[in-house]
Design a protein around this ligand. Structure first.
Ligand SMILES: Nc1ncnc2c1ncn2[C@@H]1O[C@H](COP(=O)(O)OP(=O)(O)O)[C@@H](O)[C@H]1O
Ligand SMILES: [Mg+2]
Length: 397
């Protein structure tokens, strides 16, 4: 029997809790080495890159917890999505530093550095915020190294360093002002301080790393680049086993195989698929049928979240849409051959087919199948074709 009071262990859309964190052993080891180095007083700069949904924020949460528990650092993980000015960025960083330390015994020392710009927020003044006037923020942008230096001095007996992760810097990474600011920050530290135990980690899409290095070529010598990619089959399996086990649900072998296959090594899909399957199961045992129903439900959700806005709306042309449907009206496969699809297209569709494929590649929906000959393509994961097929079914009824 299944315990109906249990909540889903899956967290599509938010960083994974530590108990369910899998993989990334190499990257974690590398960062731990860095952190130990930082503990001796040397600043380190890391750029953590990877595609959307691959697990950057989750890894960052994991690492900041580690730095805080094992290295005795003050660790903050700041989300900068949508931030486009340096003042906003600085405000968020210091705001997070305050919030993060407000319950610590040494908070007084930090608070005194921030002086009158600390604002008590929340109903009972329980939480604190940092909101100085714009002109002071601007000054703080320029004085960032000194400000951190003062902070480090103030907390020295209690904490050994700072871990600062700047997540979703995609907007900032396209600004020359940000690239220059970062470069001068690092240069200033190198020429002014012997002891600067600060671990900085910028987090963004791989192309944002390129954009930063184009803006400020010497930045790429500064950053240690850490890339994360797909999880291995055994990591994905391990994840499903742990997650379902946590809510006392067992997974049959064939079912596990289905969940594994459609997850395509992508953490974001693994959570969507797990969650959908969890909702479908009624008896506490996931069998192959539950798994397939879960895939269909997840495909629908994933398609609505990622494909509808990106693809169906971007592909306004009716011709593109009908090609998409023809692509999926054959038995579902992840791989397809350009020439085979072409046979099923009418003349107007054939004319735009090449552009269609280029567009789909740019949108990140398909990729060239490099293991095969030219003209072979594949969807970037197993679940997109499921949705495209479902969409084409509903369109033809
Ligand atoms: N190592 C991991 N183990 C288990 N689940 C993960 C892992 N990394 C990411 N996830 C899950 O995958 C999804 C996307 O992860 P997230 O960290 O938000 O990716 P990103 O920041 O790269 O877009 C989330 O639902 C998260 O819970
Ligand atoms: Mg993220």
């Amino acid at each position: 029997m299944r315990d109906e009071n249990r909540n889903s262990p899956f967290t599509p859309g938010s960083p994974v809790p530590v108990e369910l964190f899998v993989g990334r052993a190499t990257q974690i080891k590398e960062v731990i080495r860095c952190l130990n180095h930082v503990s001796t007083g040397r600043q380190e700069n890391v750029f953590l890159s990877g595609d959307r949904g691959i697990g950057k924020s989750s890894l960052s949460s994991f690492l900041s917890r580690y730095a805080s528990n094992k290295n005795d650092f003050i660790a903050i993980h700041v989300f900068l999505g949508g931030v486009t000015t340096l003042s906003d960025m600085i405000q968020r960083i210091f705001d997070k530093l305050l919030k993060n330390t407000s319950d610590k015994p040494w908070f007084g020392k930090i608070a005194s550095l921030f002086g009158k710009f600390i604002k008590e927020v929340g109903l009972f003044g329980i939480s604190v915020g940092f909101s100085p006037p714009e002109k002071d923020l601007k000054e703080l942008v320029g004085n960032f190294p000194e400000a951190l230096h003062h902070l480090i001095k103030a907390i020295e007996p209690n904490r050994k360093g700072l871990f600062i992760a700047l997540d979703d810097i995609n907007g900032l990474a396209e600004m020359p002002a940000f690239a220059n600011w970062y470069k001068s920050f690092v240069d200033y530290v190198a020429t002014h301080y012997d002891n600067f135990p600060v671990f900085m980690m910028l987090i963004g899409l791989p192309e944002k790393r390129d954009s930063l290095s184009n803006l400020q070529p010497s930045l790429m010598r500064i950053f240690r680049v850490i890339d994360i990619e797909k999880l291995t089959d055994s990591e994905v399996k391990g994840f499903f086993e742990k997650a379902f086990n946590e809510v006392d649900i067992s997974v049959e072998k064939e079912a596990l195989h289905v969940l594994l296959q459609y997850s395509s090594g992508l953490p974001v899909l693994m959570h969507e698929i797990g969650d959908a399957t969890f909702l479908i199961d009624e008896d506490g045992i996931i069998d192959e049928r539950d798994a397939f129903s879960g895939i269909v439900a997840a495909a629908d959700r994933i398609g609505k979240k990622y494909l509808d806005p990106q693809v169906y709306r971007a592909l306004r042309s009716n011709r593109y849409r009908s090609i998409l449907r023809k692509l999926a009206d054959q038995p579902l496969t992840r791989e397809f051959k350009k020439s085979k699809v072409e046979e099923r297209l009418n003349d107007p569709e054939k004319k735009v087919f090449h552009n269609f494929l280029t567009r789909m590649r740019k949108l990140g929906i398909i990729e060239s199948d490099i293991e095969k000959a030219r003209g072979n393509y594949r969807f970037v994961n197993e679940i997109y074709p499921v949705y495209i097929w479902m969409e084409s079914q509903s369109a033809s009824h």
